[in-house]
Design a binder for this molecule. Structure first.
Ligand code: ADP
Length: 241
């Protein structure tokens, strides 16, 4: 069973077509990089995956459950890190996580056990009593990842999670998520517009102007970084009218 199946998905904002005939699947335990320039439709796809928007066409299955027919089961398997942070800067790391767990109906004891586990896994245990405001951007992102994983989802979606970080923190975050993926068999869908966040072993999905223009192992789409850059530039080039 695939971790994610997107079948013939299309979406329009009024007259503006944002996604068209988008069709792909992601195998369990893989790191899929959804790459596309600004405006390609990445956030729209994430909004559909998380049911922020209702599907207009096609269907999406998460670990076999259809978003249309079994939305609760499908969403229970999903953890999401949105582009815009929703952490409270004036609460501590732990308070942020507790607040989220309470919102989602996790019993107090069970929640504390999960929080301890996730903070250790994200190497944040020693920062637990610090206010979010005291953490750098990369660590704040890790708190969001911990929060997204509290209910033990099998598929983690990250929408431009590295946006706004300096280059070193960006790559550190990217490596950190890859390590989680390898260690726990978590499936990751990592969206970005930055080519240097893609590695040769990734399942690469290239989105441009609402269409999937390439998909497959990154190494097949470009043997070296330079080749991949050329492929990306060619596939996402503006078509002259
Ligand atoms: P990306 O995340 O890849 O930058 P988006 O999904 O944000 O792309 O946008 C895809 C297309 O949909 C773009 O042409 C964008 O202008 C348009 N779009 C996005 N959100 C809205 C909206 N709320 N209303 C109208 N058009 C939108």
């Amino acid at each position: 069973m695939n971790a994610l199946e997107v079948r013939d998905v299309a979406f329009a904002y009024g007259p503006r077509q944002a996604l068209q005939a988008v069709d792909f699947s992601v195998a369990p335990g893989s790191f899929a990089a959804l790459l596309g320039p600004n405006g390609a439709g990445k956030s729209t796809l994430i909004a559909l995956l998380t049911r922020l928007y209702d599907l207009q066409q096609g269907d999406i299955r998460v670990l076999g459950s259809s978003l249309r027919q079994q939305p609760r089961q499908a969403l229970a398997q999903l953890g999401v890190v949105f582009q815009q942070s929703t952490l409270d800067l004036d609460l501590s790391v732990e308070q942020n996580l507790r607040y989220h767990a309470a919102l989602h109906g996790l019993a107090r004891r069970a929640a504390q056990a999960r929080i301890d586990e996730e903070l250790a896994r994200q190497q944040l245990a020693e920062r637990r009593h610090e206010k979010l405001r005291a953490l750098n951007g990369g660590h704040r992102r890790r708190v969001e990842i911990a929060r997204a994983l509290l209910h033990r989802p099998r598929l983690l979606l990250l929408d431009e999670a590295s946006a706004g970080l300096d280059p070193a923190s960006r790559l550190a975050l990217n490596r950190h998520v890859r390590a989680l993926c390898r260690a726990d068999g978590l499936t990751v869908l990592w969206t970005t517009h930055l080519l240097d966040e893609v590695e040769q072993d990734d399942d690469l999905l290239i989105l441009n102007r609402g269409r999937l223009v390439a998909q497959g192992p990154a190494r097949r789409l470009g043997a070296g970084d330079a080749d991949l850059a050329a492929t990306f530039a060619r596939l996402t080039a503006e078509v002259s009218p």
